[in-house]
Design a binder for this molecule. Structure first.
Ligand SMILES: Cc1ncc(COP(=O)(O)O)c(C=O)c1O
Length: 290
């Protein structure tokens, strides 16, 4: 049995026995917000940024969070205390709660708050040494005027459909376009390309989640005098880029070496991507060693 610790409204379960009501709106409608955080050396990384985003997501859908950020932090720490691993995966889920079966969001009274913690094994070395292959999905990213992708909600059906396409084609992940035909993001990753030594990533207005790793990489690139720009990217530009990579909390920076079955340049992780990987590793070290 996988070693998962679950904190359900403050009660700790070490035996995977936590249960949620079928009348919970998270279960019925994906009416919830969440964050995925990770630890290095037992310490949650960039926790403040994640909590800020959690509150941002909640406010965008008018979901009141009954706890304070300090109380959520306490619950995270309480859950983490049950796990000995230095590197942990943390998922915080806050639902709008239980109530009658109706879409009306005013009918539920209190949140269900779940913190899931489990060991985070090292990712396969191959991802970083050889890179990963992605496809451009047929399914579009949901429009930001419909359900803004910058809300990290429990409603991930759009992304699941993209992952289905990727898995059907044996790819690591799928990149979704928006309805104007521009690149948005991967199923749980932000997307980047490098052309003529400039690093490009789609802007928030393309319809993406403002990734915490993305924010860090934007900052680190400019601090290290690497030219970086947020602008719309066409799929053609991405396929013909010099380098490409993806970013996410639990994966950090992963080179993309194949798109739609054709290699990005020579099919090997590029030098600027590798440089950013080193810079990001150093940044983690800086923030997590005492
Ligand atoms: C849709 C989506 N885009 C991007 C990301 C990357 O965000 P972060 O760097 O905060 O993990 C995630 C993370 O889960 C995501 O779900």
């Amino acid at each position: 049995m996988e070693n998962i610790i679950i904190n359900m409204n403050g009660e700790i379960f070490t035996n995977q026995d936590a249960k949620i009501s079928v009348l919970d709106r998270g279960f019925l409608y994906g009416d919830s917000v969440y964050e995925v955080i990770r630890t290095y050396n037992g310490i949650p990384f960039l926790l403040d940024d994640h909590l800020k985003r959690l509150w941002h997501s909640a406010s965008k859908i008018g979901l009141h969070i009954d706890l304070t950020p300090e109380q959520i932090t306490q619950e995270i720490n309480k859950t983490l205390a049950e796990l000995e691993d230095e590197n942990a995966y943390i998922r915080v889920v806050i639902t709008r709660g239980e109530g009658p079966i109706t879409l009306d969001p005013t009918t539920s009274e209190k949140n269900n708050v779940v913190v899931i913690v489990k060991p985070l094994p090292e990712n396969p070395k191959q991802w970083y040494e050889k890179g990963v292959s992605v496809i451009i999905a047929n399914v579009l990213r949901v429009d930001r005027l419909a359900v803004d992708p910058n809300i990290k909600s429990g409603n991930y059906l759009n992304n699941i459909m993209a992952v289905r396409e990727a898995k059907n084609q044996g790819a690591f992940d799928a990149i979704m376009l928006n309805n104007e035909g521009y690149v948005t993001e991967g199923s749980t990753h932000n997307i980047w390309m490098i052309k003529n030594n400039t690093v490009f990533t789609p802007p928030l207005k393309a319809g993406i989640l403002e990734g915490i790793t993305r924010k860090a990489v934007l900052l680190l690139a400019s601090q290290n005098k690497i030219a970086v720009e947020q602008r719309n990217i066409t799929p053609d530009e991405l396929i013909n880029a010099d380098e490409a990579f993806l970013t996410a909390t639990t994966k950090e920076i992963v080179p993309i070496t194949e798109i739609d079955n054709s290699y990005v340049k020579d099919g090997r992780p590029g030098h600027l991507t590798r440089k950013l990987m080193v810079i990001y590793k150093n940044y983690i070290k800086q923030l997590t060693s005492f």
